[in-house]
Ligand binder design. Structure first.
Ligand code: DP6
Length: 375
């Protein structure tokens, strides 16, 4: 007999950045963070978890490729989920004893891995949610977020839709380091995102090792965690509650700049942004200047891709400005063709972006993990 359950989980892009661990084993962060969950119509992981006495051992398949299941992060998630299942089996002997059976996890992304968006966040959120569904655990998304956090820090925020915060907590055992909903997608549904997928020549420093080098060597980082992030957390939460885009945008851009400055202040320095990334910052600045107010905000994670947040009412201006010269690039949705009321961006910026952007993804704020019958 095979027991089986499936779920989807979304990608999230932080607007207050997680960068730094105070405990690498439990994956506890040096600071709290906030993210926007993106729509699963465009970016999602679909994961099926099953267990059976007929399986020869635990296994993990990602996008059709068999992957090492013995990693400490995956094992930490499996162990905690099994413990919770074992506890409910103990209380209710009528339940099938499945907590000890080998687990098989099969995961697929609906976006190309080559896009450099292969997010560990959606992956671990889906893994934890799928096994929790398989085990019929009563645990809340907050509870599950503490497990997903051990898979990948940013994954704890992908158990929620809309706008989520990861509270760093202060306990040594990590029992208060979990994600929490700030507001559902329906609270501020007109949030949109345009992702410029930038052609990257070389592989970036992985976030896990990058942030540990920053913690160990950057002086600027101390300033960031002591003062910059606490102030930005407060401003960002208020901006989301008040649907105040100007503040949301300024904090988002300052946070990205602060994180990348700490990366550059790491010794030896880490550079995630390239010429195209910097041109996209100039483009957003030119767009805001032309609009006479802040209508777009850029942010970058541990790679060169640009995520631009904007509101639906400014769609024509924001999408139109990029579509004008990136119309040949793959990924545009039909509606983009209609967005013609565009600002002209400076020619030097346009030529760098034309060379550097390989694909676009147009998406919006979206929902959290969804149970599914699809396998
Ligand atoms: C720049 O969650 O990938 O995207 O916990 O080591 O797996 P690990 O790191 P990860 O780091 C994400 C860093 C970031 C900022 C963010 O998502 O908050």
């Amino acid at each position: 007999k095979v027991f089986r359950a499936s779920t989807t989980a979304p990608v999230n892009i932080a607007v207050v950045k997680y960068w730094g661990k105070r405990d690498a084993k439990l994956n506890l962060p040096t600071n709290s963070s906030i993210s926007v969950t993106l729509s699963q119509d465009d970016l999602r992981t679909l994961t099926t978890a099953s267990c059976s006495a007929s399986y020869s051992g635990d296994s993990l398949t990602l996008n059709g490729q068999s992957t090492d299941v013995s990693g400490a992060r995956t094992q930490a998630c499996f162990r905690e989920l099994r413990e919770r299942r074992a506890a409910i089996e103990k209380n209710d002997p009528s339940l099938p004893k499945i907590s000890t059976l080998p687990l098989k996890v099969v995961s697929e992304n609906n976006f190309p891995t080559a896009a450099g968006l292969a997010s560990s966040a959606a992956g671990f959120a889906a893994l934890v949610r799928a096994i929790a569904n398989l085990y019929e655990l009563p645990d809340s998304p907050e509870d599950l977020s503490r497990i997903a956090r051990q898979g990948s820090g940013s994954a704890c925020r992908s158990l929620f839709g809309g706008y989520a915060a990861w509270r760093m907590g202060d306990k040594d055992d990590g029992s208060d380091s979990q994600a929490q909903l700030i507001a559902p997608a329906s609270h501020w549904p007109n949030m949109r995102a345009l992702i410029l997928v930038v052609n990257a020549a070389k592989k970036d420093v992985p976030s896990t090792s990058g942030m540990q080098q920053t913690v160990a060597t950057s002086g600027l980082f101390q300033q960031r965690i002591a003062h910059v992030v606490p102030a930005n957390m407060k401003l960002m939460e208020e901006a989301i509650h008040n649907k105040d885009f100007a503040t949301f945008a300024e904090v988002t851009m300052r946070e990205s700049n602060s994180f990348h400055s700490c990366a550059a202040d790491t010794y030896p320095p880490i550079f995630y942004m390239n010429d195209a990334s910097r041109a996209a910052i100039r483009a957003v600045e030119a767009l805001n200047a032309a609009a006479g107010k802040t209508i777009a905000a850029y942010t970058y994670d541990a790679g060169p891709n640009c995520v631009i947040y904007f509101l639906e009412e400014d769609q024509e201006t924001v999408i139109g400005a990029f579509y004008k010269f990136l119309s040949g690039v793959s990924g545009w949705k039909d509606s983009a063709a209609k967005a013609q009321s565009a600002v002209d961006l400076p020619e030097n910026i346009v030529s760098i972006l034309k060379d550097g952007v390989g694909r676009v993804i147009q998406t919006s704020v979206g929902e959290g993990p969804q149970k599914t019958e699809e396998y």
